[in-house]
Write a protein of this length. Structure first.
Length: 175
C-alpha cells in the first residue's frame, strides 16, 4: 500500500515534474523534433502525461484503458511527424524526472517508507514500460494505415513488413 505522503508527493507535483521534463528535453541531443516546439506547448503535453500517471496511481485505471491512452499518444505523435525514437526517449526522460523527484523529496525515515517507495518505483517503471509498448503499437498502427492509404505497397508487402502482433487492434485494415 502506497503511503499518503508518497501519493501526495505525486499528485501535487505535475507542474514541477513537467518543467523539469521540458528542461531535460531542451538539453538532450536526442530530442530535436521536440526542441522545435515552444516550451508552453511541451509543458501542456507533458502535464497531461503526468496527470494521467497521477490518475493511474490514485484511481487505478485498467490495463486496457491505460493501453488505449498510450496508443492514442503514439497515433497522434505519428500524425504530428515525431520520430518514434524521440517519443520513446521522451517517456524515458519523464520516468527519470519522476524517479529523481521521488527520491529527492520522499524524505524516507523508516523501513516501511523505504519499502513503499520501492513498491511505488516498481509500479511507475511498469507504467512507463507499458506506455512505451503501447505508444509503439499506436504509432505503428498509424504508420501502417498511412502506407496502406498511399497505395505504394501491396497488402502482401505490408504483411511482410508489419508482423502479426504489431498493433493494439488485432485486425488493422485500411480505411
Amino acid at each position: 500500500m502506497i503511503s499518503k505522503k508518497l501519493l501526495d508527493l505525486i499528485l501535487h507535483k505535475e507542474d514541477r515534474l513537467t518543467q523539469r521534463w521540458v528542461d531535460e528535453v531542451k538539453k538532450s541531443p536526442y530530442m530535436k523534433s521536440y526542441q522545435g516546439h515552444r516550451d508552453d506547448e511541451l509543458r501542456t503535453r507533458n502535464k497531461k502525461f503526468f496527470e494521467y500517471l497521477a490518475k493511474w496511481i490514485d484511481e487505478g485505471t485498467s490495463r486496457e484503458e491505460t493501453g488505449a491512452y498510450f496508443e492514442t499518444i503514439g497515433r497522434q505523435r505519428y500524425r504530428e511527424g515525431f520520430p518514434l525514437p524521440e517519443i520513446l526517449y521522451g517517456v524515458f526522460l519523464a520516468k527519470n524526472v519522476f524517479h529523481d523527484v521521488l527520491v529527492q523529496e520522499a524524505l524516507l525515515t523508516s523501513a516501511m517508507e523505504i519499502y513503499q517507495t520501492l513498491e511505488l518505483i516498481t509500479m511507475i517503471y511498469t507504467f512507463f514500460d507499458h506506455g512505451n509498448f503501447n505508444i509503439t503499437r499506436g504509432y505503428l498502427e498509424e504508420l501502417y494505415a498511412a502506407i496502406g492509404k498511399s497505395g505504394k505497397l501491396s497488402d502482401a508487402d505490408l504483411k511482410r513488413y508489419f508482423f502479426t502482433g504489431s498493433f493494439g487492434t488485432p485486425d488493422v485494415r485500411f480505411a
